[in-house]
Design a protein around this ligand. Sequence first.
Ligand code: ADP
Length: 269
Amino acid sequence: CWDVVVMPILEGPRVVGLVASSRDITEQAMLEQQEREQAEAQKRFVSDAAHELRTPLAAIQGNLDVIFRYPHIEESEKKEILQDVQNSAARLSRLVHDMLQLARGRTGVKSDEEVLLHEVALSAWRDAQRISGSKHHFELGLLEPIELYGDTDRLKQLTLILLENAVKYTPKGGTIRLQLEEQGGTAQLRVQDSGIGIAPENQHHIFERFFRVDRTRVDSRDPGGSGLGLPIAKWIVEAHHGTLEVESALGQGSTFVVRLPLQECSVDP
Ligand code: ADP
């Protein structure tokens, strides 16, 4: 799509020639479209964020109201209410932390660290076992030594998000399995669980910000998740030029597969 401007060359009152200049406005139109989309996404993020923050805030206000209005309620009941307040505050803090991380975007993601991916994976694996508190069986599949360039802390965070989700969404007694192998110049990390699984119609929504299959999990007693874990996992993977996919069957479990290219695994500027 071209924008053409034609100007006459004058010699006195006489037109002795024409100069034409042209510029490709397709690129500009695309930039404007991108800017509009970014502004739209930012507006959506702010409104979703406000909505998410309102729930724990309302719970804190409601619970504190009860304590001020009924100062003589039983000690045990008071304790329970204060516990709810504490849980909601913890949820608020986690939401704000996750939101800040997503809002900062890729700035601050290192590209040039030599990452020993198998050590990163193993360390996240041990953390996940502690979080599970022996409620699940942990199986370690093949763990090939793999070295790449990237950001060690972010890659650990990515592995931990997937493992923590496996713990959260797998009932007691279930199995969680981790595997890392090289396949055709790509590091392939698989986190598999025998948990509740994800229905096909929800599988592509789970990477959207604030999406949770079962929103009822989030009440003041069970602070649940922020709905930001997988979006954060996805941007970490994409910053390393990789892909994140899920295979899942409802009631049978889920497998999250991260693929990171080994050659050009440097992070975007
Ligand atoms: P949350 O903080 O709610 O866990 P995530 O962004 O990490 O947020 O995940 C989004 C939603 O995807 C979760 O609320 C859950 O419904 C679903 N999900 C994520 N991981 C799993 C899993 N391993 N098994 C079943 N459902 C999952």
